[in-house]
Design a protein around this ligand. Structure first.
Ligand code: SOE
Length: 382
């Protein structure tokens, strides 16, 4: 029997994100043996009893629920993990906070800033530990970028550039809505690429380069109508298929962000580049274990971009995995978030990004959407 303290997880929703989070809970103690807590897969909740039971059997959850309210009422659940479409995050999180549960909420925090404020108020007044799953912060190369920036190696930052490019919605026959395609339905997702993909870029940017003061954006919906899976009718598409924006950061640097689901040939190309007075950094999700680094103080004739293979024991998180030179991947970012969450539980601390920190990302998304709609520069108002 494990001497670790159990932390009973109640997972709501069991799609793609339910799998990534569950894998994190299952792997964490094997690779982070120092943790005092051990996640226990207590219950998973979904609307279809059959589908939920199949997930529970496959992944090892002890029980199922088909009503999230029942899950939240259960005395044997310590933490609620919200993996449902965005339009139910607020209701579930607020109820879970009132019931005194810790909350791990899938990104984006909410449909919009106003709703996000209510969620922040709920967790803070209940005093429950919380986090939002912006997993890319915990790619070791990205965490290393944060360390290099915080050490002051870049000097004054001039430019921050990020892209998140996909191509999976180009087919105009693809329907919108329902379990598989809720990301294409504004009523369930809140927005399109802005809340789904740019939210990742914005979260990382706020973390690495500080707050964004104002934005100027454009969006486009290339396919204007799609059959809705739930109604069977052809309906207007209200999400943004593509979005690009310019911004000012409070540190004086300029930002340039682009995201689309119409970049033929790109599956999930998240790239970022930061140019400072003394050094620059660049990272690419398709080569996620590498951090590109240029340091102007290197000797002139051998000065150039170096590609750091972020696999050594003294690189962030890496001592927990294999030997130098052997890399890890996407799923490990979720293991890292669970590890950090459990370590913080020991000290009664929430894990970054907390609901309050993720609210700032939401405010940038809202400003971006308002700017595109009004063809105007918009201040970011948290
Ligand atoms: C959309 O395709 C998606 O799965 C996002 O919802 C995730 O947040 C992103 O990490 C990968 O792409």
């Amino acid at each position: 029997m494990s001497s670790k303290k159990p932390l009973n997880i109640g997972l709501v929703g069991y799609g793609f994100m339910g799998r990534t989070h569950t894998n994190g809970y299952k792997r964490v103690n094997d690779f982070f043996p120092e943790l005092a807590y051990r996640p226990v897969l207590k219950a998973v909740c979904g609307r279809s009893a059959e589908g939920t039971q199949a997930f529970a059997d496959q992944w090892g959850y002890e029980s199922i629920e088909t009503d999230w309210r029942k899950l939240i009422e259960r005395k044997d659940i310590d933490a609620i993990d919200i993996c449902t479409p965005n339009n139910s995050h607020a209701e579930i999180a607020i109820a879970a906070a009132k019931a005194g549960k810790m909350i791990l909420c899938e990104k984006p925090l909410s449909m919009n800033t106003a709703e996000g404020h209510k969620m922040v108020e709920a967790v803070e007044s209940a005093g429950v530990l919380n986090t939002v799953w912006y997993n890319y912060r915990r790619v070791p190369a990205v965490t290393l970028a944060k360390k290099l920036i915080d050490e002051g190696r870049l000097g004054k930052v001039f430019h921050y550039r990020a892209n998140f490019l996909q191509d999976w919605t180009i087919n105009a026959d693809l329907p919108q809505g329902g379990t598989a395609l809720w990301r294409l339905d504004a009523a369930a997702a809140g927005s399109g690429v802005t809340g789904d993909l740019l939210a990742h870029c914005i979260d990382t940017a706020l973390w690495l380069n500080g707050s964004i003061s104002d934005v100027s954006a454009m969006t486009e919906t290339f396919v204007k109508e799609r059959t809705h899976t739930l109604t069977g009718k052809v309906e207007k598409v209200s999400i943004d298929d593509a979005c690009a924006f310019l911004c000012h950061f409070s540190n004086g640097s300029l930002g340039l962000f682009e995201s689309t689901r119409y970049a033929r040939g790109h599956k999930a190309l998240y790239t970022l580049e930061i140019n400072g007075e003394n050094a620059s950094i660049r990272w690419d999700l398709h080569d996620l274990h590498r951090l590109e680094y240029f340091d102007y103080k290197d000797e002139g004739q051998i000065r150039g971009w170096k590609s750091i293979h972020v696999t050594d024991g003294d690189h962030p998180y890496m001592k927990h995995w294999w030997v130098p030179g052997l890399q890890i991947g996407y799923e490990h970012t979720f293991v890292h978030q669970v590890a950090d969450f459990l370590a913080n539980v020991e000290h009664g601390k929430s894990t970054s990004p907390t609901f309050r920190e993720a609210l700032e990302t939401q405010a940038v998304c809202d400003a971006v959407l308002a700017s595109a709609k009004g063809r105007s520069w918009e201040d970011v108002k948290v």
